[in-house]
Design a protein around this ligand. Structure first.
Ligand code: SF4
Length: 383
């Protein structure tokens, strides 16, 4: 656990001083209050965030946190509003069908989140009477609620004294303390350091403004301590920030070199029958589980074009496949994918092969189509 040129946290703290009104120790002690004071003046207005002094609704916090995993605030906003309008509480979402939830989620990506969201709503409705558990432990037992989400809901909705650490908080904390250890190994250390930014408990009260402290750090990371060119002059924690003193803020958080997955290749088949498109549903388990797709081949590293084409659906009326120029590329978390797109038109009354179905092109927006399939269809239609 190295900090700031190999010193331990306490060593670094005792040896560093800054030419300012605060000693390092004072700056460190003052941080929780400075952070809350800044938050009270600069907190972002977000659709899921109540006004200052109002209590956060656990359902809104949970829904937004699941949507915000791997997705930005701007993209999430309209989806959050749509979900809240259709399913205003967790019990309503727990009564919805998985298909409806997947359809509403379409376009947001990382679809396992939507399946977990539905499973969690069902569990809260069935096992907890439609009320979220109010402890980190109870929350973690719910489907799709990991340590970060449990801590976020516990702190923000229930005032539990815990610090959820997301990417923004990792950046702020790793700079504040100049954490030299790379991610992901540095996560436990960053978690420990982030907890020092929580305000003290008052008279043994386990509840606190932990939710505000966490949201303050999230806001600080997104608006001031940005990945490039952080606005340190405006930062409430700039006194005693180790990275700022060294002048190398942008190197933090350190990251272990990424191993990118091997490119996988395949083919996709865009078959039309008048105003209809041939589709099928992916298996419930696995990548893009339960989503709609056009027929396509296996996705394999170094798969030859011919081998992918042999996996085309067998349809009466397809004499030959028309290969569209170019390819569709898509990057999943663990691998990039490249698909050749073939098209064909079949006569009216051509039957769909087993396990497939025709859907009206005009109603495609109602299908739970993942982004990769939206790209394939657009490419096949020549858009
Ligand atoms: S002083 Fe700069 S680098 Fe340090 S936490 Fe604030 S914005 Fe980030």
């Amino acid at each position: 656990m190295t900090l700031y040129g190999g010193m331990t946290l306490s060593g670094a703290a005792s040896k560093r001083k800054k030419a300012s009104s605060f000693t390092h120790e004072e700056a460190t002690t003052a941080r929780p209050a400075l952070l809350l004071d800044w938050y009270d003046r600069h907190r972002r207005r977000l659709p899921w965030r109540p006004l200052a002094g109002e209590r956060a609704d656990p359902y809104s916090v949970w829904l937004s946190e699941i949507m915000l995993q791997q997705t930005g605030v701007k993209t999430v906003g309209p989806y959050f509003e749509k979900f809240m309008a259709r399913w205003p509480d967790v019990a309503a979402l727990g009564r919805a069908s998985l298909d409806d939830v997947l359809r509403m989620w379409a376009g947001l990506g990382y679809y396992s989140r939507a399946r977990n969201l539905h499973a969690c709503a069902v569990a809260v409705r069935r096992d907890h009477g439609g009320v979220f558990p109010d402890t980190e432990e109870g929350l973690r037992a719910l489907p799709g609620v990991g340590p970060y989400t449990a801590a976020a809901i516990a702190a923000i909705a229930f005032g539990r004294r815990t610090m959820p650490v997301d990417g923004n908080i990792e950046r702020v904390v790793s700079r504040l303390f100049a954490v030299e250890e790379p991610l992901p190994q540095a996560k436990p250390l960053i978690q420990q350091l982030a907890a020092t930014l929580l305000g003290p408990t008052r008279g043994g009260d386990v509840k606190s403004r932990a939710g505000d402290s966490a949201q303050a750090l999230m806001d600080l990371g997104s608006s001031i301590c940005t990945p490039k060119k952080p606005a340190c002059a405006l930062c409430p924690l700039n006194d005693g920030c180790a990275a700022r003193m060294r002048g190398d803020q942008e190197v933090f958080p350190r990251k272990a070199p990424k191993k990118s997955g091997e490119l996988r290749c395949g083919a996709a088949f865009v078959v039309t029958r008048g105003g209809e498109l041939l589709v099928r549903t992916r298996p419930e388990k696995g990548l893009l589980g339960g989503m709609t797709e056009v027929p396509n081949s296996s996705w394999l590293a170094a798969q030859e074009d011919k081998a992918a084409l042999t996996q085309a659906p067998v349809l009466k009326g397809v004499a030959r496949w028309h290969r569209k120029a170019g390819v569709v590329t898509h990057v999943f978390t663990h691998f990039p994918l490249q698909l050749i797109v073939y098209t064909a038109n079949v006569p009216a009354r051509t039957r769909a092969p087993e396990g497939m179905r025709w859907v009206a092109i005009a109603t495609l927006r109602d299908e739970a189509l993942p982004n990769v399939m939206r790209k394939v269809i657009a490419h096949g239609f020549g858009e």
